[in-house]
Design a binder for this molecule. Sequence first.
Ligand SMILES: Nc1ncnc2c1ncn2[C@@H]1O[C@H](COP(=O)(O)OP(=O)(O)OP(=O)(O)O)[C@@H](O)[C@H]1O
Length: 328
Amino acid sequence: MNNMEDIIIVENLWRKFNQLVAVNDISFTVGKGEIFGFLGPNGAGKSTTIQMLATLLRPTAGRALINGHDIIREQYAVRRSIGMVFQDPTLDGNLTALENLDFHARLYDVDKKVLAGRRGELLQMVELADRGRDRVKFFSGGMKRRLEIARGLLHHPAVLFLDEPTVGLDPQTRSHIWTYIRDLRQKEGVTIFLTTHYMDEAENCDRIAIIDHGQIVALDTPSGLKQMVGRDVINLTAKNIDQLTRDIEERFGIRGNRFDGELQLEIEQGDHFIPRLLSAVGDAVESVNLHKPTLDDVFLKLTGRAIRAANAGAADAMRAMMKRRGRR
Ligand SMILES: Nc1ncnc2c1ncn2[C@@H]1O[C@H](COP(=O)(O)OP(=O)(O)OP(=O)(O)O)[C@@H](O)[C@H]1O
């Protein structure tokens, strides 16, 4: 049974392109106000899923509800409930930032009185308030993406879809975009559904579905996913590493691995263990380094491949697909 607070409900959704199964029987729900991420390599089926949920692509089979509306039978109501920011920018470069917002407002019948306040508020939120009258073609990639986010929110959508919101942006701009995304949830109470193939980015999500070859292979919080991999790793250095190794084994019954002159311990909840370790043998320790399992480790464990390698291999396929999308 679905939770009343679930704003996205997906049941056994499929999408085929001729013989190719792009989305293969996926089911999941997203709670109101959640930041929910779809993480997977290029070609995994992320964009296909988001396009089906946004009513831009018809599912081959299955069902989904957005804000209580069926994506096949109630497309108009679904579209009013959602905002969209897609990989390819859709702003008009010859219009100013404000004109772009006004154009979108007309499409969505946003009340004129509401619009005046709303567009100023949104431009402020994405730090473009002083650029409203500038033409968009002179904006940087990051500024365009921010404007697209503001535009996607203009009609107060319940759900904002972001397809690879930071792809092609530099690390600093990426981290800025994330600040806006988190702010949004706070200020607008909007549910955010995004796709990404960046592991570090996925860490910002409340929950992540890992998708590979069109299927969800795991769905959990970032820390829950990482717990699947196993234990934390602690690296220790000491003047007398042999002695420290013996002491730790004696006191805690933990046998570490030695490599590169360091002692490595694998342990549950390493952050809780370090204070105990230091109070027992702290005098002998020179340095401590705690390494949590990463989402890379999770992807590797689940699929047998590193996501970076999977992405690299799919780069050409992605370029081809971008072209194809342009023609769609
Ligand atoms: N219009 C289409 N016609 C044929 N095949 C398609 C079409 N759109 C997507 N595909 C195929 O469906 C599969 C999933 O593609 P999708 O774009 O959903 O992946 P993705 O995870 O979003 O990757 P990316 O980050 O590269 O967009 C890929 O094999 C892709 O080639």
